[in-house]
Design a protein around this ligand. Structure first.
Ligand code: ACM
Ligand code: ZN
Length: 791
């Protein structure tokens, strides 16, 4: 992500554990609410009774001689002992001895899927069955979720009832790849955090950690042969006090102090830790683009020779890239990859490949000579040749190459796997061509996007990806036949970190959306149910609380969906959250709602200009943020708007009636209320339908320089009785200096003199191009309007 500015229970009669006998299974909707396993198991049946673990404790029996399973069992014993303060002791054994009532048995069972397991619990004890250590590990993760959320706490809790409900579970994942990507280049995250994130992945039965180790803004992995990669490439000017896209480069004589990197020792430690959690790490070394941090250290690897510095913020387009005409580029990359391969035992190396601007290749004699020598007709083919050459090297070392979907352009390397991010089309094409695919389209998988209304979220890159939308993701496109669909390895959530400077912010962006993604990757397609997930999330939030995970409460924010009844000049407003049975309280007088404010029970009718504030409460406490919606009831509400230049669909601001829907925008340009015009003027004519006495006309505008949104150069208001002859009633200009900075909203008004008119015309002149000195200088400027109010 770089440039967003443009920017169960199934069939009946399953023979489960022999010890339990055949069980009757019930449809998924029967999942008892007090059982919350996330991701949802394939089959789950309630059984009578429960097992009380504390204060008696239990013996934990492991397969004799199996060191790896014993390790998993020992962790279970440690955690149970710590949290319950009861005694849990490890022993070897293949069955629960007669007369022992408190036992947890790990039992080898041939024939189960590698990551699958069975779990049976009742008053007689718990039996976990699997054919592999990984299966046992996942059985234990499920056992934790059958216990009270306090099992995720770091301190004892003797106040809760430590029981495992009677249950029979049979489980296995849908996809072999269930991933999370963390970008540690845009902001560096220490190894301790990476390890904690790997714990969190394991809790969600996710098995792949894609470590985005290099990018323009920082090189994060020690390479012994090229020490300058981290001496120079890991450090940049500290501009953390400025918005990402407004950061000037390192100045002459300035020290680069912001950054960090992992030593090879650190990497080995994290890899070993991940292995113990059954998480495979896929390292990403970006090429041929997104490599300014490497070029700052070794500028001779570029087409121009530099010099370069590590950019402290956004760069676009990505023109400073490796030179494929230079043989030294390949000896460098092969040396780097050789050290990377030695550190990461997984079979896949990600080489990036995204967003390369080939401008410098076009002008570079070495690149052009390479194209001639290799018979390459386009620069896209040159990139494809580059990737194929790297693939040959990786394959010779026993590794598979994976890249972003741009590696399809110019022809896919013979054995490459594709990570489809610009939608699913690249993934579909690759799967049809029998290449493996990880699905991570921005619209469902980019968890750097906002997860709630932007005006109450911390500043982000843009986009909108609430929990429910992550959950709605289907990784296998319906276009694929079953042979092709086999190539879809699974889904992945990606956390790019341009706007994520801290570990707590990284957790905030990741949770709870990782829970939804985990279920997308693990659970059977037809076992997924949003309503059911929201019920199970209640316990998941408690687990996050106990584990100290800084999860977002955005799902508790009250969303307001209004619809207009123009005839009645009334707005019908529905309030909802992404949580189960929310207790929504609201006010209409601009004050903050409390637990005793009006309770929302049915859609509200709003027939006057007002501010609605709403929040969701639990046990008298506000859970999310208070959200505010400003309604302006006026004479043009619901009236048709005729635009000379269309708005851009990405900023439709409510669509054709967006300028007369009575809804005001917030300071966030992506709140869905603002209508955006790229390079064009706003020229709107509103037909009031009949002669109407009009005293005042107002239009609302936004300026946000970081998003390339500028106030209009001038605004003109005019009225007409026939739609042909207009009388200008007001003009305004100089709404704010162009360099005023920050984000501003401004209403501009004109007095219409109480005339009886039918047509209202508003012309707002776009400044056209971003002015000199602005990061977008010379490119089209945006003009944003939220409402034209007629009184
Ligand atoms: C990407 O987001 N550029 C892969
Ligand atoms: Zn070149």
């Amino acid at each position: 992500m770089k440039n967003i500015a443009k920017i169960c229970l199934l069939a009946a009669g399953l023979a489960l554990l022999a010890a339990c006998g055949p069980v009757r299974t019930v449809p998924s909707a029967g999942l008892a609410p007090e059982i919350s396993v996330i991701p949802r198991p394939l089959k789950l049946e309630r059984r009578p009774g429960e097992l009380l673990l504390a204060p008696k404790g239990a013996v934990i029996l492991v397969p004799p001689g199996d060191v790896e399973v014993r390790g998993t069992a020992a962790e279970l014993a440690d955690r149970l002992s710590r949290c319950t303060q009861a005694a849990f002791r490890l022993a070897e054994g293949n069955s629960i001895p007669a007369g022992v009532s408190n036992a947890i048995l790990f039992k080898k069972a041939a024939g189960l899927a590698a990551e699958g397991y069975r779990l049976a619990a009742g008053p007689e004890g718990v039996t976990l069955e699997a054919s592999t250590p990984q299966g046992f590990f996942y059985a234990v993760q499920t056992l934790y979720q059958l216990l009270p959320p306090a099992i995720y706490g770091r301190t004892p809790d003797t106040m809760v009832r430590w029981v495992v409900p009677g249950v029979a579970i049979e489980d296995a994942p849908r996809y072999p790849w269930r991933g999370l990507m963390l970008d540690v280049s845009r902001h560096f995250f220490p190894k301790e955090f990476v390890k904690s994130l790997i714990d969190d992945l394991a809790m969600h039965k996710m098995n792949t950690f894609h470590w985005h180790l290099t990018d323009d803004q920082g090189w994060r992995i020690e390479i012994k042969k090229y020490p300058k990669l981290t001496e120079i490439g890991a450090w940049r000017a500290d501009r953390e006090n400025k918005p990402w896209n407004e950061r000037e480069p390192l100045k002459e004589g300035e020290r680069a102090t912001y950054g960090g990197f992992y030593t090879q020792e650190d990497i080995r430690e994290v890899v070993a830790y991940a292995k113990s959690r059954y998480v495979t790490i896929v390292p990403e070394i970006e090429m041929p683009g997104h490599c300014m941090s490497a070029l700052a250290a070794y500028p001779q690897l570029s087409c121009t020779g530099g010099p370069f510095t590590v950019p402290p913020g956004g760069v676009w387009p990505i023109v400073n890239v490796y030179c494929p005409g230079n043989d030294e580029t390949f000896s460098f990359l092969e040396d780097v990859l050789t050290e990377v391969i030695a550190l990461f035992p997984g079979d896949t190396i990600h080489i990036g490949g995204d967003e390369v601007d080939k401008m410098n290749w076009k002008a570079c004699p070495k690149c052009q000579a390479r194209m001639k020598a290799e018979g390459l007709k386009t620069e896209e083919e040159l990139q494809s040749w580059f990737i194929r050459r790297i693939e040959k090297f990786l394959n010779s070392k026993g590794k598979k190459l994976m890249g972003w979907d741009e590696i399809l352009e110019g022809g896919l390397a013979p054995n490459a796997a594709v990570m489809s991010w610009r939608g699913t089309e690249g993934g579909i094409a690759a799967a049809r061509d029998k290449h493996d695919v990880v699905m991570t389209p921005t619209s469902y998988c980019y968890i750097d996007y906002y997860q709630g209304r932007p005006d109450v979220e911390p500043p982000g890159i843009g986009g909108y990806l609430p929990l429910s939308k992550v959950y709605a993701f289907e990784p296998t496109p319906s276009e694929l036949g079953s042979d092709e669909a086999r190539h879809i390895l699974g889904p992945q959530a990606n956390l790019w970190t341009e706007y994520v400077p801290t570990t707590s912010q990284a957790e905030y962006m990741t949770f709870p959306r990782l829970a939804a993604m985990a279920e997308v990757g693990w659970s059977a397609k037809d076992a997924r149910s949003w309503k059911d997930l929201t019920a199970r999330m209640t316990a998941q939030y408690e687990r996050y609380d106990r584990a100290g995970i800084n999860y977002a409460r955005s799902a508790f924010n009250v969303e307001c969906t209004p619809s207009i009844d123009p005839a009645a000049k009334t707005m019908i407003v529905r309030l909802e959250t992404e949580t189960r049975n929310p207790d929504i309280r609201y006010t209409l007088d601009g004050t903050d709602p409390g637990p005793k404010s009006s309770r929302y029970a049915a859609p509200l009718g709003i027939d006057r200009t007002t501010i609605l504030r709403a929040g969701a409460f639990e046990n008298g406490k506000l859970r999310g943020a208070i959200t505010e919606t400003r309604f302006t009831v006026h004479k043009a509400m619901g009236k048709p708007v005729n635009l000379t230049h269309p708005y851009k669909d990405a900023y439709a601001g409510g669509g054709p009636f967006g300028l007369t829907d009575g809804l005001r925008g917030t300071k966030s340009h992506i709140d869905g209320r603002w209508q955006g015009f790229e390079g064009d003027d706003l020229e709107a004519v509103i037909d009031l339908g009949a002669p109407t006495t009009v005293s005042r006309i107002t239009a609302g505008f936004l300026q946000n320089l970081g998003a390339w949104v500028f106030f209009p150069e001038s605004v003109e208001f005019a009225v007409s009785t026939d739609g042909r002859d207009y009388r200008v009633v007001g003009r305004a200009a100089n709404l704010a200096p162009l360099d005023a900075g920050g984000t501003m909203m401004k209403d501009v008004s004109a007095d219409a003199g109480k005339a009886a008119v039918r047509f209202i015309r508003v012309r707002a002149k776009n400044i056209g191009l971003c002015p000199p000195g602005h990061p977008g200088a010379g490119r089209k400027a945006w003009l944003f309007c939220d409402e034209i109010i007629v009184e």
